[in-house]
Design a protein around this ligand. Structure first.
Ligand SMILES: Cc1cc2nc3c(=O)[nH]c(=O)nc-3n(C[C@H](O)[C@H](O)[C@H](O)COP(=O)(O)O)c2cc1C
Length: 315
């Protein structure tokens, strides 16, 4: 690797909320986060909804440790997305990211996410409309997959996003039809990079430092977006930078889990807290034997007090 790559934290609806962003950015190594998507239909999203999803907006669009957070919008109506992007900018958003990658059937049925990759002209119109609606110094970026059913429109889509005014394009190197099945085809990102002038960020299946090296080499990118790999190993970004000792070197997960668990108490009903913690443990257990043990203790437990005792009892 020549020089440290820029490292972005991926949006992950249902898991990577502001609590987990806070915990993971405290560990370090990340340059920017993208929020989980905010759905836009045919009206203005109330400010209180933006602020609930991205409370970092109250802190200059940064996490407590100072890492910028860029809100992400998902929708298909250029004018309505533009109005909502302008509202986000007025709230101090560091930038606006647009979701053209969500594979969920219900979202796609309502013309949101990856299904729009079949309509490059609409992609261009959406980005142009959003770009025109926010101040020049507020970057507009887009996140795409390789395509919806297949990759035949990959370069048309990437060029449409760049022509519309996207200042950065994140490419998750799979189609909607691929879902989350490995492999991620990093070499396809290199084609996108050659087709557009704007920075391209590589995403998909980076779980280790070695994956990061190979992804950077195959894609030719200078930036990576890390999703499940960083949630499974909060020290991954530092390790990719050659800093920190990495997991297995005695890193203690408990303070991180405790901070997340306590944070959830602030805005989650008790019955929803265990599910969130278990989702994180389910990824952490790929790397950490202690997380595996905790996950086995709580996997069948839904009661918050019992989960707390079983995970943190010895604290
Ligand atoms: C549970 C989950 C939720 C996700 N939510 C979003 C989302 O809100 N917006 C988005 O653009 N991508 C979303 N993604 C996709 C990720 O940002 C990322 O592109 C994908 O997980 C591949 O990267 P990874 O292999 O590093 O995890 C989500 C992925 C997962 C697994």
């Amino acid at each position: 690797m020549t020089g440290a790559p820029r490292l972005l934290l991926a949006p992950m609806e249902g898991l990577l909320d502001h609590h987990l962003r806070d915990v993971l950015t405290r560990v370090g190594g990340l340059d920017r986060c993208v929020s989980e998507f905010i759905r836009v239909t045919d009206r203005l999203v109330p400010d209180h909804v933006f602020l609930r999803r991205v409370p970092e907006l109250r802190r200059g669009s940064r996490t407590a440790s100072g890492v910028p957070v860029r809100p992400q919008l998902l929708g298909s109506d250029p004018a309505c997305l533009a109005d909502n992007a302008a509202a986000l900018a007025a709230l101090g958003a560091e930038g606006v990211d647009l979701n053209f990658g969500c594979p969920a059937r219900t979202v796609n049925r309502h013309r949101g996410g990856a299904v729009l990759l079949d309509e490059p002209e609409l992609l261009r119109a959406i980005v142009a409309s959003v770009r025109a609606a926010v101040p020049r110094d507020v970057p507009v970026s887009a996140k795409m997959r390789l395509g919806y059913r297949d990759e035949s429109r990959l370069l048309d889509c990437a060029r449409a996003l760049a022509d519309g005014g996207a200042q950065e394009i994140v490419v998750h190197a799979r189609t909607q039809a691929d879902g989350y099945r490995p492999p991620a085809r990093w070499d396809r990102i290199a084609r996108v990079r050659q087709a557009v002038q704007v920075p391209v960020v590589a995403n998909g299946e980076v779980w280790t430092v070695d994956d990061a090296r190979r992804c950077l080499a195959e894609s030719g990118c200078a930036a990576l977006m890390l999703g499940r790999g960083l949630v499974a190993d909060p020290w991954l970004a530092l390790a990719i930078r050659g800093e920190g000792a990495g997991p297995g070197a005695g890193e203690d997960l408990r303070p991180l889990l405790r901070a997340f668990w306590d944070g959830l108490a602030g805005d989650f009903a008790e019955r929803h807290r265990p599910g969130r913690l278990k989702q994180w443990l389910n990824l952490l257990r790929r790397r950490f034997p202690a997380a595996q043990a905790a996950w086995e203790r709580v996997r069948a437990v839904d009661d918050a007090a019992t989960v707390e005792r079983l995970v943190f009892g010895a604290d």
